[in-house]
Write a protein that binds this ligand. Structure first.
Ligand SMILES: Nc1nc2c(ncn2[C@@H]2O[C@H](COP(=O)(O)OP(=O)(O)OP(=O)(O)O)[C@@H](O)[C@H]2O)c(=O)[nH]1
Ligand SMILES: [Mg+2]
Length: 376
């Protein structure tokens, strides 16, 4: 077997903030330290905004056909890369032999699936070849699709409440973590929109207090989604913001609380301490909170996303994943490797910047989009 070694160097994804120049009008009324933000951000217009994606709930529920098209479009570059490499690997070969498997191994590794998962996939296919003796090279894609789908973890049992299982009588608390620029705030905004469209009362805590702009950006998303945001001023203690948010959510009978956090911590110990503090404060308000810690990873960073997953799973208990920016990248193979290696279910994937471009991860739909209909 040929082994390709991939070096992982960059950890921080870097925070592009194209929304910074937005005109944001803030309320002059700030009753106390905590500010309840609802509906003051009409002036904000992002370049991709259209009336269709700002109207509360209206464009949020994409139809199944539209979802499939968007998934296909989002994974287009990954698919093209995989397809052409696979086609080359099996060209002129009638059966799946050792050489085809060697080439397949290289295809998967260079498609950002990761070494460990690739080795696992190859081993499974080898076992099937040994069983079936003369496996046709044309069958390979279909078998790959089945083996890959079996490797991946998805999290939802039903699509109600966008995959979340909400308890009765107490808010479901979801804390969002990830490096800066990964797409945390955007994902929270998109998720809040899905939940409010499903008739849920959503509270959002602005616990990324590093920059005033970060809080304002979240406020814009909360407004667009029809959610209530709880904030304090920049530089305040994130744990205190989380505490306020949960108290307010409980008092107002919210169904879901989404907590945004900062990705800008200098080292693992700092990160660990901060996340631990936020978690323990929240558990004091709602026993068992946070019910979910979702790590947001930028899929377009390829192998770097593996490294981020490693760092965050060491710093805190991560229970679900959201992989963003799969549109416009050829590195969508990371979803396969990360899902397999970390044994953490992928809950959502981001396939664009628009408010409706967050999808509930469905491994079957994902492999269908990658390997296409002709593999049926
Ligand atoms: N194309 C694309 N862009 C996305 C997606 N998700 C997020 N983005 C973009 O990624 C950039 C960073 O997103 P943010 O949500 O601000 O990231 P963050 O993790 O909150 O970053 P910090 O607040 O700096 O820690 C923004 O320009 C988003 O529009 C996606 O699925 N596809
Ligand atoms: Mg953010």
């Amino acid at each position: 077997m040929r082994i390709v070694i991939i070096f992982v160097a960059r950890i921080n994804a870097g925070g592009a903030e194209p929304w910074c120049d937005a005109a944001v009008q803030e309320s002059a009324r700030r009753p106390a330290k905590t500010d309840f933000v609802m509906g003051f951000f009409d002036l904000f217009r992002k370049k991709q905004d259209t009336p269709a994606d700002t109207a509360a709930g209206a464009a949020v529920e994409a139809q199944p056909e539209q979802r499939r098209e968007e998934l296909n479009a989002g994974l287009e570059r990954t698919k093209t890369g995989l397809f052409s490499k696979l086609a080359r690997a099996v060209a002129g070969r009638s059966t799946v032999d050792a050489e085809v498997l060697d080439d397949l191994e290289e295809v998967l590794i260079t498609s950002d699936v990761g070494v460990e998962t690739t080795v696992k996939i190859i081993r499974r296919i080898e076992e099937r070849v040994a069983r079936d003796k003369y496996m046709n090279a044309a069958e390979l894609r279909g078998i790959l699709r089945d083996e890959i789908a079996a490797l991946m973890e998805q999290s939802h049992a039903s699509t109600k409440d966008f995959g979340l299982e909400l308890p009765e009588g107490t808010p479901y608390v979801l804390m969002v973590v990830g490096v800066n620029g990964a797409g945390k705030t955007t994902t929270i905004g998109k998720l809040a929109a899905k939940l409010t469209a499903a008739g849920r009362k959503v509270y959002i805590g602005a616990a990324d207090t590093f920059r005033a702009a970060a809080i304002d950006q979240l406020a814009v998303w909360a407004e667009r989604a029809g959610a209530t945001m709880i904030r304090q001023e920049m530089g305040s203690d994130p744990a205190s913001v989380a505490y306020d948010t949960l108290r307010s959510a409980v008092a107002n009978g919210a169904d879901v609380v989404l907590i945004d956090t900062a990705g800008r911590l200098h080292n693992k110990v700092g990160l660990m301490n901060e996340l631990t503090k936020i978690r323990s404060v929240m558990a004091k308000v709602i026993p068992g909170a946070p019910h979910e810690v979702m790590l947001v990873l930028d899929g377009s960073t390829g192998q770097n996303a593996f490294e981020q997953a490693r760092q965050f799973t060491q710093a805190t208990q991560v229970t679900s994943l959201a992989i963003t920016k799969l549109d416009g990248t050829a590195k969508g193979g990371v979803v396969i490797g990360i899902s397999d290696q970390f044994r953490i279910p992928v809950r959502y994937i981001g396939v664009g910047e628009r408010i409706d471009q967050l999808q509930l991860f469905d491994r079957r739909a994902f492999v269908e989009a990658l390997f296409g209909d002709e593999t049926k």
